[in-house]
Write a protein that binds this ligand. Sequence first.
Ligand code: FES
Length: 618
Amino acid sequence: MEGGMKVRFEPFGIIRQVEKGVTVLQAAIEAADEIGVKIESFCGGRGTCGKCRIIATGGLSAPTVMELKGLTEEELQKGYRLACQAVIESDVVVMVPEESRTSQVSILAEGMARGSVQLEPWVRRHALHVPAATLQNQIADLQNVARTWNEHQDGDLTFTLPALRQLPFALRERDGHITLISVDNQVVHIEAGDGPEHILGIAFDIGTTTVVGYLMDLESGERLAVSSLLNPQTDYGADVVSRILFSTQSDSGLQTLQREIVGALNKIISNTTHAAAVVPENIYGMTVVGNTTMYHLFLGINPAALGRMPYVPAVSAALCSTAKELGITIHPEAHVWVLPNIAGWVGADTVGVILATDLPNHEDIALAIDIGTNGEMVLGSRQRLIACSTAAGPAFEGAQLSCGMRAADGAIDIVSIDGDVHWHAIGESAPRGICGSGLVDLIAEMLRAGIIDSTGMMQDGQALRANGQGQLAGRIRQEGRQREFLLVASSEGAGGRPIKVTQRDVRELQLAKGAIRAGIQILMKELGIGPEGVKRVYLAGAFGNYIRPASALAIGLMPRFPNAKIIPVGNAAGSGARMALLSLSVRERASRIPNQVEYLELSGRPDFQEEFAGAMLF
Ligand code: FES
């Protein structure tokens, strides 16, 4: 780049030329492949999460208001800046500290499905032997194939133009012995002989944070490979609201986010086909689930209306497109089915959970909860199903907590207090922060030990000391106007940084758990039942899988259900996508789910605030 500014990223020693006026974060996103790491950017560059801290020397703009708010005086003096705020004005050296690097998130691929799925493929292989045309019988190739087809098979077939282009060659190569591949009764591929070795499909669960792909053999139903990635859209914000904002703030925002997600799916396709030693061209069917925002962004449909009242999607029905139309690198005529959404904030991922848990066929009342940055809940049985969504707040995925992080290497995921504090960090590495399941554990233990009371108020050290809890008392500090609890001392934390939980963090968790609990209460009220009426509770998603049910109950995230079995179902959304890939009737069932599930908009309920206030208490 002529006349560009030089940025040297340390400790990687990578030098990039960038245009004057870009932020350090933008420069780092562009250089991510070379430097091999990404800078955390939970808030998508709005300067509010404080996760993109770097240490810089050289020509940067003066600290912004957000930096003056988010960094201490001492940090500013040491050269700390927020990468999303610092604008490059001349050559600069940027040190990316370990705690600001995105590390590989633990991705939950396994999911439970209730009952087995019977193979009922919508991608099929048909072997035909077509007699050759003669001078006496001058029949066109297509007519000849249709006649042979009608002699042996039921139903009509249509042909794509690319398949018709293959027909004359295939028909003459092996004396009329051909194989047709049909997708939804449309022939998309014709080959001489027995055709491809495998007929494959791939199912995707596009999460806000992670993307998982399952490569399946559509003739045996066997799972051949699984691969997952961090959703690359996280560079533009950790939650759906930041992504909606990004997609609408510039002309190219939506295209950028669509390109990122399609790139991630193609990478997963490459990884899985490589692992299974098959070719992507033999993938003829694909299913996708994701929340309503992911649905819009994947299809390149403007999601702006989802972000403002009355929060309606542009499209909510199941949609079918082709791989070539979406830029997916499988067979170009493959059908890509995106499962339907239930409402603006209850998406196709919840449809996947409903398919996997088979809620519409439950005799007894069951509750399915999927918690991420939002909490989606579905309650009911075959008589009636109701769904709602609450903004669970960012607490469970680590954003906006002083030391919060995703469930990645170095995240504290288990905590116990027994006279003093014991913790476990993912990957057995030096702790970098605390993730959702760790925070729920910690708060449950702090409650049990009397460090916080039922209102969420953190006690002072004196009260604990008087109670004979000297070790714990030593961990309480007054920092400015708020108290904080030291979980990991700086001597043990990665990069010499302590890990603490502040009074504000406790409040964030209270907001999140209060919203989920209030949602459950209102669903029960709507069905006219109490907790004793619920017979099964399905906990879906990574958070539901790793959270300890005892801790969730201790903090009151959900009521105590005296007659219910609590069943973690893992990535049930992904299971639903796989089921719809393997069976036409499951796919059709998925299309009917939005009509079977009533959506309850909590912000329109006059009793929500009341329930929410009560549910905030521990
Ligand atoms: S503060 Fe920079 S990305 Fe959030």
